[in-house]
Ligand binder design. Sequence first.
Ligand code: HAM
Length: 409
Amino acid sequence: MAGKLQAPRGTFDVLPEDGERRAALRESSDELLGLAGYAPFDTPVFEDTEVFARGVGQSTDIVQKEMFTFEDKGGRSLTLRPEGTAGACRAYVEHGMHKLAQPVKLRYWGPFFRHEAPQAGRYRQFNQIGAEALGSDDPSLDAELILLLSQLLEEAGVESRLRLSSLGNAATRAAYGEELRTYLRSRQGELSDEVRARIDANPLRAFDSDHQGTKAVMADAPLLIDRLDPEDAEHFAEVRGFLDDAGQEYDLDPTLVRGLDYYTRTVFEFDSPSLGAQSGVGGGGRYDGLVEQLGGPATPGVGWAAGIERILLAGKPPEKLDLPVAYVVVPEPEQRRTAFRIAEALRERGVQAEMEQAGRSVKGQFKQADRVGATHVVIVGAAIEVKHMDSGEQKAVADIQELLQEVSL
Ligand code: HAM
């Protein structure tokens, strides 16, 4: 006998109940982002590996360890997208979107792939909802995007805490990187092997370490936020002004390091305490050099992405709507064609309706009506009767008009 087949490690099937919650989240987020002018947008799930190597950054964990990269039959190196921002910028350049009115506001929803060790809230195929605004460095965009993600999480019933910082511009970051390298080298004996090995490649990641010795060293480390250029400091102050006016709470966290290399200026992350180790529910920031790095004109950009599975794990299921649900019971097979037409007619008028479709006894059909949460059972026998499931009252109806009147709450 053949062995049982399973979904690949780190992947999952979306079962109907979860599917309903996803659909509801998608609907509410489409509305929220649509109202702010973020248009639906998508890119392929695989890209030339170069898009991520150049976009996300060679020194990141994502590019070094986590990409699903393969060669196609023409010998091209392709990669399943580990994130959406690099692809969005590639598309912006490819379609000459800099010629459109700026900013170009995009929203996306779909699967992403990272070869990580699977655990609760961390998968190899996961889904993100994301939003990007390209072509303007106006600080109101940073604030608008942060507030949109905050609202989205609130609507989904996710309790979260916002951490916020600024990374300044590329030159400030480079100068600060040198300062930090020099500092780390001066205390390298106290650092973890991993951090020591990456002093040259990515000294900022030392702030992320859980290693005790490294943590002690980082407590005295110089901070980038104290080295910002006046222009970047002013930009950050304006972002914070908009957030303060909106009553948005946040913690300033100068050690906030995001796992992607493209960020400049504003960076932020929403954590949810109920998620445990994988607490990052969504995050993002400004990436003013990314479009240029991918071969386009100098173009500022800002955006975020949030993990759909993490939102659903941390959030509350939405309240069930009070809408009628009809179940059509057919005692005798001769009435099946009439029952079929009645179910159709109810659906045409916007009432959720199903009929018996698995050869059950009448008793079994009533049980099934309970399972689907029927508020009304329509019995199609010699006459057509409607049973109100809450009161138990049963009534004969003469035609579909009368039936509809009965089947409304
Ligand atoms: P990220 O922080 O790498 O940012 O991912 C965003 C969110 O995706 C995370 O907060 C988390 O909820 C979810 N996520 C990431 N990896 C996994 C995983 N293995 N399993 C489940 N969920 C996961 C980005 O991807 C940037 N592109 C965000 C951005 C947009 N920055 C600017 N624009």
